[in-house]
Design a protein around this ligand. Structure first.
Ligand SMILES: *Cc1c(COP(=O)(O)O)cnc(C)c1O
Length: 362
């Protein structure tokens, strides 16, 4: 008996297609870094490729190598860019570095000279996030000779506040990006990730880079979620307690429960991805019942108030849903004071993963 993570591959494919149709004529890539946001690269990436996705982004070189083994024909961009001593590995696996600074540009230029053939790369321009990418003024200072042997196939920038449509930085980043774009007019450009797609066509350029939205996270916080839910986390009841006199539950004795309350202990904890910050705040589901977490989430277990469920309807082995339904990921995140991205990325390797197939079976 252990927690089960159910990943709906058909919903991931549908979410990708939805963005691809809405975003056309821009092309839609897929961001599959961090093991496809914790959902399993080996299942997710081929699903997206079969749905029609041809461009993929990962963060780390190792993720690119793993993805290349799954997808022999896709274009794979590595957002971290090419580090010292890595150029040969990039070439061996046909990975395209996103060049973030002058050192990386020089490294790739030298790799091209050594190879005696042009090498593809993307260029990341920092338009206001100050994380990765060459600041816009330094990009304008670059000479054509700096790119000798480098075939730029994409100009990338990333929005800091796309989930807040009214934030003034969106327009400032767009205007800076448009300025840079003039310098590289013939090269495809990419600005929007999940939330940026919903800022409108002016932000779309040639290639969209959604990650979280593919996996069911709401890219438009505060508005209805346009994406289909993708994940469900279910875990079984191990034990039920009938409280007969006032007592506390869990570490730290944070909750005192009166007589008459019934508590179910569930086989999922923070090692499975139920964030400890959701202690005493998140709500699980069982049939039509909402079951509040009572007491602290511990490593292996959570305790739920199941008083609302008729005793004969719940017992050992019954599965409750800890994440599920529309906005399940975002709801747990809100209860824990974080974002859906972090909930997904922390879904533990200890859960058994079950994939609902994207295509109907034979
Ligand atoms: C993670 C990432 C994305 C995807 O962002 P989502 O908000 O998950 O769609 C796109 N571009 C860059 C540079 C990223 O780091």
């Amino acid at each position: 008996m252990r927690a089960r993570l159910i990943v709906d591959l058909a919903a991931i494919a549908a979410n990708w297609r939805r963005l691809a149709v809405a975003g056309a004529p821009a092309e839609t890539a897929a961001v599959v870094k961090a093991d496809a946001y914790g959902l399993g690269l080996a299942a997710v990436a081929p699903t997206l490729a079969r749905a029609g996705c041809r461009h993929f982004f990962v963060a780390r070189l190792e993720e690119g190598i793993a993805l290349r083994a799954l997808l022999p024909d896709s274009r794979i961009f590595v957002l971290d860019g090419v580090g010292p001593g890595e150029a040969g590995v990039f070439r061996a696996h046909r990975l395209v570095p996103v060049l973030n600074h002058e050192g990386q540009i020089a490294r790739w230029r030298e790799a091209a000279a050594a190879a005696g053939e042009p090498l593809e790369a993307a260029l990341h321009v920092d338009t206001g996030m100050t994380r990765l990418g060459l600041a816009d003024d330094r990009v304008l200072a670059l000479e054509p000779a700096d790119f000798e042997g480098i075939r730029l196939v994409l100009i990338v920038s990333h929005l800091a506040c796309a989930d807040d449509p009214d934030h003034p930085l969106n327009a400032r980043q767009l205007s800076t990006f448009l300025g840079i774009r003039q310098r590289f007019a013939t090269i495809p450009a990419s600005l929007a990730a999940s939330s940026g797609i919903f800022l409108g066509r002016a932000f779309h350029f040639d290639l969209l880079r959604p990650g979280a939205a593919l996996y069911g996270v709401n890219p438009t916080p505060g508005r209805p979620n346009p994406m289909q839910p993708v994940v469900e986390l279910r875990a079984p009841v191990i034990q039920i307690h009938d409280i007969r006199s006032v007592r506390t539950v869990g570490y730290g004795a944070t909750r005192e429960l009166p007589s008459g309350v019934r508590v179910a202990t569930i086989a999922a904890g923070y090692a499975d991805g139920i964030l400890r910050a959701a202690s005493d705040r998140a709500v699980a589901r069982y049939a039509d019942f909402e079951l509040p977490i009572v007491g602290r989430v511990s490593m292996d277990l959570v305790t739920l108030d199941v008083s609302a469920v008729p005793p004969e309807r719940i017992g050992e082995g019954c599965e409750v849903t800890l994440i599920g339904g529309a906005d399940g990921v975002d709801r747990l995140a809100a209860a824990a004071g974080t974002i859906g991205y972090e909930v997904l990325a922390r879904l533990g390797p200890r859960c058994a993963r079950h994939y609902l197939p994207a295509e109907p079976g034979p």
